[in-house]
Ligand binder design. Sequence first.
Ligand code: PMV
Length: 358
Amino acid sequence: ATISEGRVSWESPSNIALVKYWGKKKDQIPENPSLSFTLNNCKTITTLSFSKKETNDAGFNFEVYLDGEVKADFKPKIQTFFERVEAYLPFLRAYTFKIETENTFPHSSGIASSASGMSALALCLMSVEKQLLSAQNLKVDENNALNAAYFNQKASFLARLGSGSACRSIEGDVIVWGATDSIEGSTDLFGIKYPYPVHDDFKQYQDTILLVDKGEKQVSSTIGHNLMHNHPYAKNRFQQAHDNMGQLKTILATGDLDGFIALVESEALTLHAMMMTSMPYFILMKPNTLEIINSIWNFRQKTGLHISFTLDAGANVHVLYPEKERQEILQFIKSELVAYCQNGHYICDQIGFGATQN
Ligand code: PMV
């Protein structure tokens, strides 16, 4: 039997990279491996309604809603996504879709919703595929969506084609994307769960996101990744990411918090250094980004607490710290750092365990 209509819903988190993905090849293949913590509170909730087309219209048929309102400016990105994934989801042109989406974090907060949004949509499409396959009474084999491991893997594969970093948002709590020698099973095609032991000090790691600048991104990540083509430092940077993956493995296993801080902050500043040394060049930090970084360094020097920062391709600062130091560090954030945020706005988050079906 074929299914004429249905509705599926997923909520999927954002993630924060410790080793950064910056630079890609054709088909969203990363130039270097990356490793991220999945977040817990910053999520996109997406409901996908589908109904069998009655006409012979050969195009993709979909509407996108954000918080209940039609979002025409999301359409081109999803059109491109559908074009990239249709080879893997043959039902796409046979149905009409309504995509309803909302975020748990404020929009125009300057937090990219592409990782949570694209992973939620990819999971919804996998659920549709699963329903269609079930209706055909297909046997479960290794390569179909009725198989649980394959479901997540293919969801991550599809999410990657929407937005590279989105492939790291399907599962938690630590995810690796990009083939690299030190991580067994790592691949360029999808994110995998980090396969080695992680010291207790890194469980429930905290991420307080300081919203320094809520404006539109100055540089889209597509343009940003392309800046690594013919970049004078590209080769060294990609090699450094491989080396850092190997080092991080030891750091995570032994609970080396000082080693973690040095590696993660260096990765963040290297990402920005790549943007400052590309042609054209960009400075994405704001004066308050630097105020926050200096203030974190002073506080760390004074107290010996394990506070550190990382950055995405923008001015906002992710403040990272172990759960056991939460009280003192959160107190410092509230009394000193929040003053540098736009309208005093910040978000408390921590490591999470991946997407869930509603
Ligand atoms: O997924 P994209 O194409 O938006 O790239 C995101 C890149 C960074 O956020 C800057 C780093 C990362 O690894 O998440």
